[in-house]
Design a protein around this ligand. Structure first.
Ligand SMILES: NC(=O)c1ccc[n+]([C@@H]2O[C@H](COP(=O)([O-])OP(=O)(O)OC[C@H]3O[C@@H](n4cnc5c(N)ncnc54)[C@H](O)[C@@H]3O)[C@@H](O)[C@H]2O)c1
Length: 378
């Protein structure tokens, strides 16, 4: 075993939704993928010593702290997960890279394009690896779609249309939280969910959004104050966004996202049109891909459903038979595995800070376009 496995000490900052997911991925990745870098859960950080201690016990970390700088300086840590709210991503990422650590940062990269560019500068000055948590493009079904497209199975890509809707904030009586604050989250639906859709759009089309005409709205302007039930707080970032887009490769499309659409839980749906076919996907049925190809005999042509299985790497790392289905956590493990491989083989992970800043550029222009009410070039 000594020859096959080298360990890598990891630290996780923030232990909410996604910090827990990172921690589970670190625990599981070597069981799924076998030989390679094996993470050891060194230290976890959260806002208070009590919460950090509880999370260390729950998630299996050796040490805990409520000071993120202490985690970054910990000599046992080589790889750091940044799973705190958006406002902290820039400072934590830059500090981690300057301390010589690899960084797995959650999306969006930062609160502004300028902050994201600072992160790119820090990454360029470091030999360490980075990746941004755009997990949906690590789903074997989505990777398979990208492969079918690059193999020419739907011809020339002519259009991409997608939405990412959730109902996390649909209840207008739900109390105010950091995601509804421009100061703590940056933009709203744009940063939180349109960013994921953009990662899919760029990955699937093999191109980037080049022009945009967007519209944004705050649907529920006031929310109950969580600390004072008789008071309310003003929401100052977007609940919904819609955009017409052009891609650099000539394809056109529409993109939309909303955090206030009832019934949509993880409603990331998209379709890509080509000169010889169409592929569609829905994250709420994440093991399925639907393909229509004009190459079929017209008398039996129709959308076929491709169910993810061992033919679609890296599904077989998890399960030997198709149809047993993967889930969100498995996809997060795939993302981590790609980062560990990049560290081990000294290659680039995708999207690293350099690549993911393209998404931040589009997000920035989406908001500007909506405020200026005009088409903008990225
Ligand atoms: N890739 C995905 O699918 C996905 C899903 C959810 C969230 N996210 C991203 O992950 C980040 C966190 O979101 P979340 O849903 O986990 O939020 P959350 O509110 O559930 O958790 C945030 C955690 O960070 C901790 N925290 C806050 N300030 C801190 C500080 N100064 N030092 C240490 N810890 C601190 C909080 O106590 C909490 O444990 C966001 O950037 C979000 O966009 C990504």
């Amino acid at each position: 075993m000594a020859d096959r496995v080298r360990t890598i000490g990891v630290g996780v900052i923030g232990t909410g939704f996604i910090g827990k997911a990172h921690s589970i991925a670190y625990s599981a990745v070597s069981s799924v993928f076998g030989a390679g870098l094996r993470p050891t859960l060194e230290i976890v950080c959260d806002l208070s010593p009590e919460r950090a201690a509880d999370r260390a016990a729950d998630l299996g970390f050796d040490r805990y702290t409520d000071q993120w700088q202490e985690l970054i300086d910990d000599p046992g840590v080589e790889l750091i997960s940044i799973c705190a709210p958006n406002a902290l991503h820039r400072d934590m990422s830059v500090a981690a890279l300057e301390a010589g650590k690899h960084v797995w940062c959650e999306k969006p990269m930062a609160m502004s394009l300028a902050d994201a560019e600072d992160m790119v500068t820090a990454a360029r000055s470091s030999s360490r690896k980075t990746i941004v948590g755009y997990n949906y493009i690590k789903n074997p079904a989505v990777t398979h779609a990208q492969r079918l497209i690059s193999d020419g199975r739907i011809g020339r890509v002519t259009g991409f249309h997608g939405r990412y809707d959730v109902d996390n904030e649909a209840d207008e009586n739900q109390p105010y939280s950091w995601r509804l604050s421009r100061e703590r989250s940056g933009t709203g639906a744009i940063a939180d969910i349109l960013s994921h859709l953009l990662s899919v759009a760029h990955f699937i089309t093999g191109s980037e959004v080049s022009n945009v005409a967007a519209d944004i709205d705050v649907v529920h302007r006031h929310r109950p104050d969580p600390t004072d039930s008789s008071a309310s707080r003003e929401v100052d970032n977007d609940d919904t966004v819609a955009a017409l887009v052009h891609f650099a490769n000539g394809a056109h499309g529409t993109l939309g996202a909303s955090r206030v659409n009832w019934g949509r839980k993880c409603g990331l749906r998209w379709e890509v049109h080509g000169s010889r076919g169409t592929i569609t996907h829905d994250q709420e049925r994440l093991n399925e891909l639907r393909l229509f190809t004009a190459e079929d005999d017209p008398s039996i042509a129709g959308f076929r459903t491709i169910l993810t299985g061992p033919e679609h790497p890296p599904y077989s790392a998890f399960l030997p038979r198709g149809g047993h289905t993967l889930g969100y956590m498995d996809v997060k493990i795939c993302e981590l595995h790609q980062l560990l491989q990049a560290i081990e083989n000294n290659t680039r992970a995708w999207p690293d800070f350099e690549a993911a800043v393209a998404i931040e550029r589009v997000m920035d222009q989406v908001e500007r376009s909506a405020l200026d009410q005009r088409w903008l070039q990225i």
